[in-house]
Ligand binder design. Structure first.
Ligand code: GAL
Length: 375
């Protein structure tokens, strides 16, 4: 069904190009001016929440890039409420959107909506988070999420001095007490981050160099629903009470997202870390949110992962534009992201691990922040 649909739109483009006159068209289909009905079409963009800074940037960047190409944009945020996101997508279909870009709250909750989109010949691009259990997810744009987990764990090892920055063994021997946090269990990315991280940490745990002192290691126990900072803070407080009351210290915390890291650091601070000669443990993160970058500059959070969402927006919008013109966008991965019904053709972007040593080159020189913003 889907390929028939694309083929038909592509046919229209070829026809339009042919009618536009011979001789002038040495360009590829992808580079042709917009064809037929989709010039200036409405594109529906749905983002999970405004409570995290990154999604505000994502939404703005996608909207801006689409508008630059002449499309109209309906941009919606659902404040992490699944029924709201479902309604927003259904409204966009009703309003006549010609393509949907969706960053889902719960990857399993949108099957009906993307199936409905397909029935209306509306292609769907999953943005950063994969929509699961439907054959009607056409493309996916994200970062290399397993590799992000690998790098978060590697950065934890570097922070603990078990490794040097170049990956060779560091001066420390351990054992070190660590605790593990994972992202929202309904976000497909969370297990990629966690599995990537554990691929690095497990051998150290097996050797006894790293000790998960609470014993809480399985994904379901350590996952934080909706990536909620307050839930992470409570879990860290509980761990400190249950496991570290007798004087043992936390040396490291694997945190997959800056919002969680800030909650975790706040629990640690209330328990006396960061003061009186008791340093904060090594705490990782992701997204390079301003609060965390400031925290890194102050020497509190140890690291984050900078994902340039301007690039993610550009790649996504480029794909959308090609699809709207009836073409087939380029992808760089056709193996890793099986959504339960199909392997979704994906564009995976690269990212940068950021700590106090390289934040200037990674974040200031690239224009992500100004020095004045980060302090
Ligand atoms: C994930 C995303 C992370 C982080 C998290 C919480 O899906 O990959 O970068 O933003 O959501 O918003």
């Amino acid at each position: 069904m889907r390929s028939v649909r694309f083929a038909t739109v592509a046919g229209t483009v070829v026809l339009a190009v042919a009618l536009a006159g011979c001789g002038s068209s040495t360009k590829k289909v992808d580079e042709q001016p917009q064809a037929g009905d989709n010039a200036g079409a409405l594109v529906g963009v749905t983002m999970p929440t405004r409570s995290s800074e990154r999604w505000i940037h994502d939404g703005d960047n996608v909207k801006r890039a689409l508008e630059k190409l002449g499309y109209k944009v309906d941009l919606q945020y659902a404040e992490n409420d699944i029924p709201t996101q479902v309604n927003q997508i259904e409204n966009q279909i009703t309003k006549g959107a010609k393509l949907l870009i969706i960053a889902s709250i719960n990857g399993k909750a949108l099957t009906n909506q993307v199936d409905q989109a397909a029935a209306n010949h509306i292609p769907v691009i999953s943005y950063d988070r994969l929509i699961l259990n439907s054959p009607n997810v056409d493309y996916y744009a994200t970062f290399d999420n397993f590799k992000i987990g690998v790098q978060q764990a590697t950065s934890l090892l570097v922070g603990l001095k078990l490794l040097k920055a170049d990956g060779t063994p560091g001066e420390a021997k351990g054992p070190f007490n660590i605790e593990l946090f994972a992202g929202s269990p309904d976000d497909n990315n969370s297990s990629y981050f966690f599995n990537g991280a554990m691929s690095v940490l497990q051998p150290y745990i097996d050797k006894g160099t790293l000790v998960v002192k609470s014993g809480q290691k399985d994904f379901d126990t350590i996952a934080i629903l909706r990536w909620d900072p307050a839930t992470a803070q409570r879990r860290m407080e509980d761990l400190l009470t249950s496991t570290y009351k007798g004087g043992a210290k936390v040396d490291g915390v694997l945190s997959p997202y800056d919002g969680l890291s800030i909650g975790i650091l706040s629990a640690l601070k209330s328990s006396g870390y960061g003061t009186g000669g008791q340093p904060y443990p090594i705490v990782t993160g992701q997204d390079a949110e301003l609060a965390s970058v400031k925290s890194i500059v102050k020497g509190e959070q140890y690291s984050t992962i900078y994902k340039d969402t301007r690039k993610l927006a550009d790649v996504t919008v480029k794909m959308a534009d090609v699809v709207l013109k009836g073409g087939k966008p380029e992808v760089n991965n056709t193996t890793d992201y099986n959504n339960g019904k199909k392997v979704v053709p994906s564009n995976l972007l690269d990212f940068v691990v950021v700590d106090k040593n390289n934040y200037k080159s990674a974040l200031i020189d690239t224009g992500a922040y100004t020095q004045a913003q980060v302090g």
